[in-house]
Design a binder for this molecule. Structure first.
Ligand code: FAD
Length: 375
């Protein structure tokens, strides 16, 4: 494949994902044809090791792929992104047999992967507990989020052991004794990701299905370096909103304000800042507060860009066949996606920053203006 993963992602975005994005958003599940296109283009392999069929790409390129796919079609992007969880975990697994069995198939996209681990970050007793059983483990509890149900062949599932270690196991993506899935959650956004709750009741996991067992300090250090950063898909949502704004006439875009110029300049600065922070984090220098602030900035900017597009489009922008409403919902989704405590605090701090009042207050309400409110 002579061209870069980013170029391949751009081509699929233009040819397949963007033209179908509104229909895909309303579908029950992401079409298998979308996933097949990504697989054929080698995009399921960008996190995989070369030893197992992967074509590892440098961090900036992989982040650019997230940005392109995230801006093209939120649900297809998210299913693709969740796949990378088991790929990365298997790549660093000491369980050679499990790795050799699944990793090449995952890299080829022959099997789609999913992951369920957000519950680790919730305060309180473990949502999923792993207790030793017959040389392996027994899982009990509920994983509140698992996307790609109905598409994913395997999931990396995380649980706490009684000692507080984080145990990662590989679980096949179908109901089986001790494992049941809820109906797909009815969601305001990302419906076609097939997101369910997974319930474990005395679910036996043989030792040969264990991917990794990590001491808590190591796990939290890894998680901080990953989850606090901005998901580049957020920048993709802003890109798409600005591109659509750019297609409108100056008059439609808004009264005397060049939104493309103003928001575009901010987007460039925000992307540069977050890329630098991500590169530092990749190199082992994790500045948690700066990452969380960078994440909050990106999320805020994507929301403003999507809302500006909706405002400029007008009422028909809320029709389900129209991109602005989808982009507004997707921008909102990223406010909570992979949300950790520092990320949540940074976003809420940003929300609490007082907006400025208009320079001159609004004119006092008259009988006539009151009469039209609600029109
Ligand atoms: C459509 C969709 C699909 C998803 N798919 C997946 C998936 O496939 N796999 C997966 O693992 N996850 C998935 N998630 C989870 C997602 O990435 C986030 O982790 C999740 O939305 C965060 O929300 P929450 O309700 O779990 O935590 P929140 O309540 O939003 O809390 C976020 C964080 O803030 C902190 N916090 C919250 N409450 C408190 C408190 N009272 N005291 C102190 N700290 C607190 C905790 O660190 C917590 O983890 C999905 C979410 C959605 C909406």
């Amino acid at each position: 494949m002579p061209d870069s993963p980013v170029e391949r992602a751009r081509r699929i975005a233009a040819e397949v994902l963007i033209p179908a994005a509104e229909a895909t958003d309303q579908a029950d599940l992401v079409p298998t044809t979308h996933l097949a296109r990504l697989a054929d283009a080698g995009l399921f392999a960008v996190y995989g090791p070369a030893t197992h069929g992967g074509t590892p790409a440098p961090g900036p390129q992989v982040r650019a792929v997230h940005r392109v796919l995230g801006g093209a079609c939120g649900v297809t992007y998210f299913v693709w992104a969740q796949h990378q969880g088991p790929v990365m975990l298997l790549a660093s697994s000491p369980n050679a047999e499990l790795r050799d069995r699944w990793l090449p198939r995952l890299c080829r996209g022959e099997v789609v992967g999913g992951t369920a681990f957000a519950h680790l970050r919730r305060p309180g007793p473990p949502a999923v507990l792993a207790t030793p059983s017959d040389g392996g483990w027994r899982l009990d509890g509920e994983a509140p989020w698992a996307s790609s149900w109905g598409r994913a062949g395997v999931y990396s599932v995380a649980a706490f052991t009684p000692d507080g270690d984080v145990l990662w196991v590989l679980v096949e993506g179908h109901p089986q004794p001790g494992l049941s899935a809820s109906a797909p959650l009815a969601l305001a956004v990302m419906q076609a990701t097939g997101t369910v709750r997974l319930r474990f009741e005395r679910f036996e996991v043989p030792a040969d299905q264990v991917i990794l067992q990590l001491p808590p300090d190591l796990w939290w250090a890894i998680d901080d370096g990953i989850s606090a950063r901005l998901n580049p898909a957020v920048l993709g949502v802003a890109d798409r909103a600005l591109a659509l704004l750019g297609e409108r006439t100056a008059e439609e875009r808004g009264a005397g304000v060049d939104l493309g110029e103003a928001l575009g300049a901010e987007l460039g600065a925000c992307a540069t800042r977050n890329e630098a922070l991500a590169a530092d984090a990749d190199a082992g220098s994790v500045d948690l507060d700066a990452l969380a602030d960078g994440r909050a900035w990106g999320i805020d900017l994507a929301q403003r860009a999507a809302l500006a597009l909706l405002t400029a489009t007008g009422g028909r922008g809320v029709e389900l066949a129209s991109p602005p409403q989808r982009l507004v919902r997707e921008a909102a989704f990223y406010a909570i996606q992979a949300q950790t405590r520092p990320g949540r605090d940074a976003s809420l701090r940003r929300a609490a920053q007082a907006g400025s009042a208009p320079e001159e207050g609004p004119p006092p309400a008259t009988e006539a203006s009151v009469a039209v409110i609600g029109g």
